[in-house]
Every structure is written in C-alpha cells, then in structure tokens.
Design a protein around this ligand. Structure first.
Ligand SMILES: C[S@@+](CC[C@H](N)C(=O)[O-])C[C@H]1O[C@@H](n2cnc3c(N)ncnc32)[C@H](O)[C@@H]1O
Length: 313
C-alpha cells in the first residue's frame, strides 16, 4: 500500500492540537521531530549511547509528520487538515509557519519511520515504557513495565502530557481503586492504573482506532481482567463514579465537561486533567474550581500542564 507522508512545520505549543487534527483526519501514526531534541542533554539509554542524527531534525521549531493511506479523497483530506490547522489560531494557539508538505512513502518505509523513534524509556519513579519490538530487563524490583505498541493511536507514552499523567496516577491510585480513563488513546494510562493495583479501569475513546489499539495493549500487558475499553464520548458510558478519573485531552474539551466530571468522581477522589498548554492553565483551573473541585497539585513539563484536583468529601 502507498502512504502519503504529511509534514507540518510548526511550534511546540501546536504539536498536540495538530496531532489530534491529524488523527481525526485518519492519520496512521504521528512522528514528532523537535529541533530542541538535538540540543537537549540525552542520557545514554540503559548503557547504550543514544545518538541523534541532525539530518532528521528541523533547524528550528517542530515538524509533525503523519501518514495517510493514498485514496482518491487524499486531496480533500489534506485541504481539511490545512483549514483545521489554520483555525487553531482562533484558540490563541501559535501554529508558526504551519507549512504542509506532502510526499509518498511505501508501507515498509512507514513502518521503519514510525518505529525508529521509540526505545525503552523510564518516565517516572516506577514506570518504564517498553515498545513491543524492544528487549528490556527491569533494573529495579518495584519497576512497573508498560509494554506498548502505539500502532495508529496517540500515546507512545513519552509525550510530556502522558508522562505527567503516569506520574499523577502514581500519586493518586491506590490498590483496589476504580479508575476511569477518558480518551485512552493507546491505553497507556489504563494499563498504568491497572499495574498500580486498580481493581477496575473503565477506558474509553471516541476514536475506534484508539479503542482497537488500547484493547491490544491492555491484553499485551495482561491487564484485560481489570481493564475494559469501550467506544464512547467523554463520560457517556460511565455507570458508577471512580476513585480516580483521568482525562488527557485538550484544554477546551476539559473545560466543556467539568460539571459532569464532578459527578464521575467519588467524594474524596481525584480528577487528573492533562493536555493543557501553559496559556490555558488558569482557564482550566477556574473551570475545575467553579464545578466544585479543589486544586491539589499543578505539574508542569515543557509548556504542558497537568492538574490534580480533588472532589471534597
Ligand atoms: C492526547 S490523546 C491521550 C491518549 C492517552 N490517554 C495518553 O495519555 O497518552 C487524547 C485522546 O482523547 C481522545 N478523545 C478526543 N476527544 C474525545 C471525546 N470527546 N471522547 C472520548 N475520547 C476523546 C482522542 O481520540 C485521543 O485518543
């Protein structure tokens, strides 16, 4: 099969919303090439020197690459993406140049392009994410390994919003808890919650591709007895409140359902929200407080914010 490779040259702040637009347009996998990666300190990964090739990174800004199967509708799809990216400026998101370039690649190239960026990575005190195609031996006895094949869904586990969510789960999930994962993507957070001892995790996503990927990852990690993954919009499929509810979606979406979220959390339970760019932090905090949550902790990584809030007893 032939694939179109779309490259969008943009800013760090626009990576997440543009990735979402690309997924919604049917993109199969998103690769992020960030110019800052080249200048960041790279620890050797578990003894192996992890060298980056400057030819694969832009000189400034970020390139978001996505892969779309070549069909007769490809021109319309690309035009739709162009318009959606343009509309992000209405949400005060600086998209930078937002230049879109398109080239054709073959299936084998796509598979390699996708996989060469992901390696085992320790992302919190206890969690290490290991792509299914890599070998890894745990280094600590209490280490929790999440095996992941991101496939075509969002959630390689290494995006700052996901990393902070896993760290937040480490702080909030207790053995025996009921957890709800809104917008599960690859299922990484649902698996993480189950590994922390949650008795049950209800994971959902609006995107059928994510539901399939999440189910596969849940099984891969032997958590299918505790995690169910369903297709659904926000909290529509929730039957009982959770001890911890987590939503790594865009700030605009989080703000739209804070009242419903309060109902979905047990008194004394936690609501973890992520996917929030720095500029939207106060708006999300205000919406959470207005619905009755109490802010417990605000975490930041790069320009991303994760808020842990609590429902009063
Ligand atoms: C940023 S990704 C997060 C994936 C994963 N939870 C993680 O932390 O890596 C957001 C996910 O939310 C899903 N999503 C977006 N809008 C949604 C909605 N209204 N209801 C349910 N899921 C939604 C998307 O399909 C996507 O998989």
């Amino acid at each position: 099969m032939k694939w179109s490779e779309l490259s969008i040259h943009t800013t760090n702040e626009a990576v997440e919303p543009i990735s979402n637009i690309l997924h919604e347009a049917g993109a199969s996998g998103v690769v992020i090439e960030d110019s800052e990666e080249l200048t960041r300190e790279h620890p050797d990964r578990f003894g192996e020197i992890y060298a980056l090739d400057p030819d694969e990174f832009p000189q400034e800004g970020v390139i978001v690459k996505a892969y779309l199967p070549v069909t007769s509708f490809i021109a319309e799809t690309i035009e739709g993406i162009r318009q959606a990216v343009h509309q992000l400026t209405a949400f005060d998101i600086n998209t930078g140049r937002a230049e879109i370039t398109v080239s054709e690649v073959h299936e084998e190239q796509w598979a390699t392009a996708w996989k060469k960026y992901y390696h085992p990575v320790k992302i919190s005190q206890r969690f290490t994410i290991v792509p299914t195609w890599e070998e890894y031996t745990p280094v600590a006895s209490d280490e929790l390994i999440i095996e992941l094949d991101p496939g075509m869904a969002f959630g390689t586990g290494t995006h700052p919003t996901t990393v902070m969510c896993l760290q937040a789960l480490e702080k909030t999930v207790n053995p025996g808890n009921q957890v709800i994962d809104v917008g599960t993507g690859s299922g990484v957070l649902a698996v993480g919650a189950a590994l922390l001892g949650a008795a049950h995790v209800h994971a959902l996503d609006l995107d059928e591709v994510a539901v399939t990927a999440a189910r596969e990852n849940v099984k891969l990690n032997n958590t299918h007895d505790r995690v169910n993954v369903v297709h659904g919009n926000l909290l529509d499929t929730i039957e009982a409140p959770g001890d911890v509810v987590i939503a790594n979606i865009l700030a605009e979406v989080i703000i739209s359902f804070t009242d419903d979220a309060l109902t979905a959390v047990k008194p004394g339970g936690y609501y973890v929200t992520s996917g929030i760019i720095g500029a939207k932090k106060e708006d999300v905090k205000q919406a959470l407080i207005a619905s009755g949550f109490v802010i417990d902790e605000v975490m930041m990584m790069e320009d991303w914010v994760t808020i842990i809030s609590k429902k009063p007893l």
